[in-house]
Write a protein of this length. Structure first.
Length: 876
């Protein structure tokens, strides 16, 4: 609680692994005012666009408010009994490995701890895996191979103390925006150099000194070359090599790799090496371009090798830095959420570790072999080996590779339980039992961010309906399965104390994760727990690891591992000539169940798309704004084409966010084959092979609507606006009667209609209203609809008759697509201000229009606009 008494609370943002502190104040109408916490070490008051818009995502209209069994509301008591009975019965009939939990790096540590304890300690199976398998598994595997544990050596302060920051497969500007802001601030203060290694030109390239657009999957070859260059320079740290083994072999292996597989010029590769060798303080940040690969673990070790050989690790401003994606990706790793881990960084396969944890839990049994990893788990669901499945806080029917197959597997599983905050997800729609969880700001516990800082999430809002915290639901099922004592938890604080105590027991094995100083924490101190970096022991608080060696292999030494470049698992071929890269957008979070509720966040990029190089588009006969059909061996999508040279020829990029709820033909993971890294089991989500062709739509449509609409065309994509909804539509055959279609779409059989139809041209404009109040407007054409969307979506309150033209009145400029979501400033507004007011800098745009002055997440795009104007003027 803050000085202002009841009114202001400190908590942590529920989105990315930066783990920003927030100050929350209930607005009295069920919502919250959200500000950055100036005292939180992760953000020091900053927030990005998603954090700033949290208040817009808390409404209850989409919430799951009661348990449901087979689509019917049901009481908690009988529903929990049903879940416990079905799991117990399945275990009795088919053994413990016939059941599984699939959980999430967004669970709080306390939730995660209980789920893991129930499955590994009491069900007696290791079949618990998490979406972190799709996210951090390769980093975990790489860390463990090199260091002996899954340790992130550095801290966020290193980003400010570094002279060179290398971003490998990380679009930090969009995915960890507050860290990116910290890097940019440091660059301003000390001239930090930035290198981006990414096949695609991203917003993070905006401030970069060097962008290496390498061939997808070729990172190992690049870092092997760097290792060779290090070996031949005085950057090689022979003293530090005493803390390692394997250098000579790794170097010999590295020398075998041909750097030309990266597709980079010798000058670029040499420039990279020169920057790396020339700056002692270098931090290499890596993320999904590294992890989500069939050579992900080797990519991680190739990077770690360079830091180990140069001793650039664990010292201020130095080190490899795997940034975590989800708010508690790190906490989940600590707590043992992966199928091959025990709690507190202990290994399932080590008998001493197993005994220690079993004794501590007083558990009947602990399995001695790893459970099924995510991809294998859903295969086992598909072929009937898993007969009861509990999915918590994740949406695998969308986010798993080969997603259509995963969706079918879940649908056919004899018993599926889903815990979520909403029933409107592709996964929840398949469940036999739905359990309503309390969401962010309604529940409490801890999360660990990318730099090992443990922070509190706190309860500020009441639980809606009958929703209950995830840990509470899990513990109750554990008790009803017959494990009353082990799951007799009354609060999150109690779970945290048990977990902290367990970490002390495991410290005897000389592991890194130890927070035993918190084992006796009082409820009150837990309530007030300030952000703290682990380790937290009687001797030690926070800090970095490995500056002086002290690795966690039994000989205390790190392993410098021989790694060899391998291409992605699937090769492009005449039938599938394009490599499909996938990833994230600035203002959406994963499967959009929360961010799509915010009109502000929905304005940035309201429709799914495929980025394709203009020359590839030309070759395929694809024009700007056409729809394209993208096909792979596993599935098919329809997406809007964006012609752009941010992608190389032969490569295409699509965002991962759209779902059956928001754009059913854009479920991108339907296209991604389930190929995995042999060490980590992490799928290759960024290197599918696909074909791309123009989608021959008979008609295209655009609609704005006051209420939710119900499209059923071959292609549709839905987004929130301030006044209601907007939709893009298209179909292979046109309905016979557009007015009837509009009435169905807007569910307005009685509304008055104003319309213009031209059957010969295949165009129609229909505005439905009730006594002058807009209900919906539908614009149809035989080619992609040209109306001023950014003007129309600001309407619903406007004059229905005036809408028919699809254009604003002549004296009203079209603002263009929203770029600054905090202040709703459009691209055209910014361009016109740049030109008419002679604005030269991002700061000047901010001063003139406000854009970029709140969260700053759009600054890279503002810089890009300035550059495009520069280039245009230079060309004129
Ligand atoms: N706005 C937003 N932020 C988020 C999230 C979100 O959903 N939305 N999700 C969070 C989560 S869970 C995660 S894991 C992180 C992910 O954060 P990032 O990893 O930064 O995000 P991605 O966009 O998935 O991928 C990063 C980049 O990898 C590049 N890439 C693809 N293939 C290769 C390759 O072979 N080599 C290299 N070097 N690069 C390649 C892609 O072009 C892409 O730009 O973001 C977190 N933050
Ligand atoms: N092609 C492709 N696929 C990818 C990726 C990629 O880059 N490309 N990235 C992968 C990565 S890194 C990740 S992390 C995954 C993410 O993929 P998912 O984890 O599947 O995505 P989310 O949308 O975050 O799902 C979270 C779910 O939890 C629900 N929820 C929210 N709050 C609560 C709560 O308090 N309790 C409970 N029980 N439920 C809650 C939400 O409504 C939502 O349904 O996607 C992976 N898939
Ligand atoms: S950077 Fe943005 S999404 Fe990530 S924790 Fe901070 S405010 Fe939340
Ligand atoms: Mo992730």
């Amino acid at each position: 609680m803050d000085g202002a008494g009841q009114t202001q609370m400190r908590s942590t943002c529920p989105y990315c692994g930066v783990g920003c502190g927030v100050l929350l104040r209930p607005d009295g109408q069920g919502g919250l005012e959200v500000r950055g916490d100036p005292d939180h070490p992760a953000n020091l008051g900053r927030l990005c666009s998603k954090g700033s818009a949290l208040g817009e995502t808390l409404g209850h209209d989409q919430r799951l408010l009661t348990p449901q069994v087979d689509g019917q509301a049901a009481p908690w008591d009988s529903t929990l009994q049903l879940v416990a009975d079905r799991f117990s019965q399945t275990i009795a009939d088919h053994g413990p490995d016939s059941v599984a939990f699939y959980v999430s790096g967004q669970l709080l540590t306390e939730d995660y701890y209980v789920a893991n304890k129930l499955m590994k300690g009491f069900v007696g199976s290791a079949n618990i895996d998490t979406n972190s398998r799709l996210c951090m598994a390769s980093s975990v595997a790489g860390h463990k191979r090199a260091f002996g544990t899954d340790t992130v050596p550095g801290t966020y302060e290193d980003l400010e103390q570094a002279d060179l920051i290398v971003l490998v497969g990380s679009n930090l500007a969009w995915c960890h925006p507050v860290l990116y802001q910290r890097v940019l601030a440091a660059r301003k203060a000390r001239g930090t150099k930035i290198v981006v290694i990414d096949p695609r030109r991203t917003a993070s390239c905006d401030g970069a000194d060097l962008h290496l657009a390498l061939q997808p999957g070729s990172d190992v070859a690049l870092f092997n070359r760097l290792l060779c260059d290090i070996a031949q320079s005085d950057v090689l740290d022979r003293d530090f090599l005493n803390h390692t083994t394997g250098f000579e072999t790794a170097l010999e292996t590295a020398a075998q790799d041909d750097p030309s597989v990266t597709g980079l010029s010798e000058e670029d590769i040499a420039a990279f090496s020169a920057l790396w060798l020339g700056h002692e303080k270098v931090v290499t940040i890596y993320s999904q371009g590294v992890n989500q690969s069939t050579s992900g673990s080797d990519k991680v070790n190739a990077i770690l090798n360079c830091h180990l050989a140069s001793g650039r690790i664990g010292k201020p401003g130095c080190g490899p830095f795997s940034v975590t994606g989800q708010p508690n990706a790190m906490g989940g790793r600590e707590v043992g959420g992966l199928a091959n881990m025990l709690a507190c960084h202990l290994d399932l396969e080590n008998p001493d570790h197993r005994t220690a944890v079993r004794d501590f839990w007083q558990a009947p049994t602990i399995p001695d072999a790893p459970g099924l990893k995510a991809v294998d788990m859903f295969r086992a669901v598909g072929d009937g080996r898993i007969k009861a499945l509990w999915i918590i806080h994740t949406n695998p029917a969308v986010s798993m590779p080969d997603a259509d197959k995963v969706r079918d597997a879940i649908a056919n599983c004899p018993f599926t339980v889903v815990s979520d905050i909403t029933a409107q997800t592709d996964t929840a729609r398949l469940a036999n039992v739905l359990l309503p969880a309390t969401g962010w700001a309604e529940k409490e516990g801890t999360v660990t961010n990318s730099d090992r800082t443990i922070s509190r999430q706190r309860t500020v809002l009441p639980a809606p309906g009958q929703a209950r915290p995830d840990w509470d639901i899990l513990a109750e099922v554990g008790r009803r399965m017959g494990f009353a004592r082990a799951f007799d938890y009354a609060s999150a604080a109690e779970i945290f104390r048990e977990y902290a105590a367990l970490s002390g027991v495991t410290a005897q094995f000389g592991r890194d994760f130890d927070i035993s100083a918190q084992a006796q924490i009082s409820d009150r101190d837990y309530a007030d727990l300030p952000p703290q970096r682990w380790p937290l022991t009687a001797q030690r608080k926070g800090g970095r690891f490995f500056a002086d060696g002290g690795f966690f292999h039994s000989d205390g030494k790190a392993r410098i591992l021989p790694v060899t470049w391998r291409p992605p698992a699937e090769q492009t071929r005449p039938r599938y000539p394009y490599r499909l890269n996938t990833g994230r957008l600035r203002d959406q979070w994963h499967t959009m169940t929360r961010t799509a509720l915010s009109p502000r966040l929905s304005a940035h990029l309201p429709e799914p798309f495929l980025d394709i190089h203009p020359e590839d588009a030309l070759a395929e006969g694809i024009n700007a704004a056409d729809l394209v059909q993208v096909k792979s061996r596993t599935g098919s999508c329809i997406l809007r084409a964006r012609l752009t040279d941010t992608v190389a020829r032969g490569q295409v990029f699509a965002p991962m966010h759209w779902t059956g709820e928001t754009a059913p033909s854009a479920r991108i993971d339907a296209l991604v084959a389930a190929m995995t890294d042999p060490v980590s089991g992490q799928p290759e989500s960024k290197a599918a092979v696909v074909s791309v062709s123009r989608y021959a739509a008979a008609w295209y449509g655009f609609a704005v609507s006051r209420d939710a609409l119900a499209p059923n065309s071959d292609y549709w994509a839905l987004a929130r606006t301030h006044g209601g909804y907007r939709a893009e539509l298209a179909g292979a055959t046109a309905p016979e009667d557009w007015e009837a279609e509009a009435r169905r779409l807007f569910a307005a059989p009685e509304a008055e209609a104003i319309q213009l139809q031209d059957a010969a041209r295949g165009s129609a404009r229909i505005v439905l209203h009730e006594a002058g109040q807009l209900v919906g407007a539908l614009f149809v054409a035989a080619s992609p609809v040209a109306v001023m969307r950014d003007y129309l979506v600001t309407l619903p309150a406007g004059d229905p008759g005036a809408m028919l033209s699809g254009k604003p009145p002549v004296d009203m400029p079209n603002p263009g697509p929203v770029l600054c979501s905090c202040f709703g400033v459009g691209v055209n507004t910014i361009l016109s201000a740049i030109e008419t007011q002679g604005l030269l800098t991002v700061e000047a745009i901010g001063a003139a229009l406000g854009a970029g002055t709140n969260c700053g997440s759009c600054k890279p795009e503002l810089a890009d606009l300035l550059r495009s104007v520069d280039q245009r003027e230079a060309a004129e």
